[in-house]
Design a protein around this ligand. Sequence first.
Ligand SMILES: [Zn+2]
Length: 685
Amino acid sequence: MQKNARPRPPGRRLAALLALITLAVTIAPSAARNVATDDMDISIKPGDDFYRYANGGWLKTNTIPAGQSSYDTRAILAENTSQRVRELIQNAASTHAFKGSIAQKIGDYYLSFLDQNSIDAKGFLPLADEMTRIAAINDTKSLSAYLGTTLNTEVDGLTANADHVFGIWINQGFEDFDHNLPHLWQGGLGLPERDAYLDSSPKMVDLRNQYKVHIGAVLKLAGFVDPEVQAARVLSLEVEIAQAFAPDSDAADVTKQNNPWKRTEFSAKAPGLDWDAYFQSAGLAQQRDFIVWQPSAVVGVSALVHAESVDAWRDYLRFHLLEHYANVLPRAVAAEHFGFYRTILSGTKQMPERSTEAVAATNGALGQAVGQLYVQHYFPPRAKARAQAMAKDLITAYRGRISNLSWMTPQTKQKALAKLAALQVIVGYPDVWIDYSSLDIAPGDAIGNMRRAEAFNRSRNLARLKQPVSPIDWPINPQVPGAVIMFSPNAEFFSAAILQPPYFDSEGDSASNYGSAGAAMAHEITHSFDELGNIYDAQGRLQDWWTAEDRARYRKASEKLVEQFSRYCPFSDLCVNGRQVLSENIADMAGLLVAHDAYVLSLKGKSDVFIGGLSGEERFFLAFAKRWRKLQTETALRQQLKNDTHSPGEYRSDTVRNIDGWYDVYKAEPGEKLYLKPEDRARIW
Ligand SMILES: [Zn+2]
């Protein structure tokens, strides 16, 4: 357990009990909030078009918001959540909470970020100490020591390019599941990916030129006298760094990233950088073992530290320092940053309001502090208890499914069951929150707040190297609607914000919750056992636990689903590519089956009530179909068909046609469009 754990408020148990009693009174079946029928189209036969039967009313009465390419339940959820988070942060800012409280830290972080006038008045002075340190770099040793201070934890497992020349992520090893280890990542490029530096097409040459202009503009704003010359040096150094980067395609192959290096091996394997000086100032002098994700980048950058001129490195570090803090520097720098990154690179024309940026920055720096407020307001203990109960039913259901699989060999089933038994499905929010009491957030000090928050996160993460692997650090904030599958360690996280209507209603109908959020959770759990997760064992170690026979039989069983989806053609010239979306379709199907088993389990032999004239079974499948409702432009749909590994929502909703239980409930018959003969239904899980 972490030190400095915040004690639970003593009233919590009582509050949970009260919530339970209140719920028993208020959930008159006819009033369940998550069973709406006016968004359906009951003139359509479910067996002909279950998606429009469930969503016809909604599809007719909604439109895609101006400037966007799609609109769906996910967008509604994201919109509601971001509005709530904004209100929580702004309320904290207006309450004048006592110094040291979470509300004070959130409020002052927000307000200081918002106060562009005082940021402008300070100019570049808040970075003067750091600029002096950079100016003092005069040899390999001092350069190495400085680079060590930039090693930070701004790596989230999906980034191929950390914010500094190396990024660090603290997690268990690929083989050693007993210890947290530092995973070293390539980083330090200003453009988003390696190919942007190496591609010689006119488009990329042009982009590099625009980037060079941007570098010069930032340095000029900060008062440097020779910005064009400096910008050229910075770009050419970054091209050299990019040449050492692992190819982008390597990111998909985790076996290439499992490179254990001893601390003592760095100097021989990657000569150039003064590794003693580097690790000393990075706070890792005592660390014995590392995992190097992209050895070529470590070797290449290390050589450049010695070979490239100190002048070029100083310019590079100055520019990246300014860029890193662009949003809390004078507004001309923030505007220049926006102009390149958001307009040139991403096509966004209008700079968002400062308050929107301030909310995002606060949420980023004080994620679990905002998360605590979010949970207090929107995710009561009752919600967590219901989500946990559902997760438990899903695991029980999975155990049954795995035991009865026809394609998995007996010895593989044993491994799958062991992995399932070890899998941690974690919902809502952390049991122990990050303790922010040692982090000082001061009014009127935007840049200081950002730097202190970064230092706080860095030392907190490095401290985890000396702590047990469990409890696992939450990889997602509770107020971010989403789920994270870890594989290593063997754990899956579902945030409080994804467990809210329309996916999950802690005060609403259980059948609908299992059909919607339950099926979504079971989908994610499936990935731990399918061709994504079969290379990680029960402890999260890299180890392929399927046999060739499992693989062959699994693929044979999947063929029906490939053919079924390839027959869906939204345009005369463009159909679904059944193979491209196969893995996700299998997870959808497994998720629906498992969620249905879990729903039945949850009834404990009793029959469910009717709500609005609908049986529990009807509501279960209806909720599944409703989750996929989506409006999108033709361009967006075509784009999805070509590139996405997920099928369009309509066809994901049609997964029901493979499920026998759906036929029992909705009585689809031969001749109806979705009807499949029992022998034509896909059966994998
Ligand atoms: Zn998936």
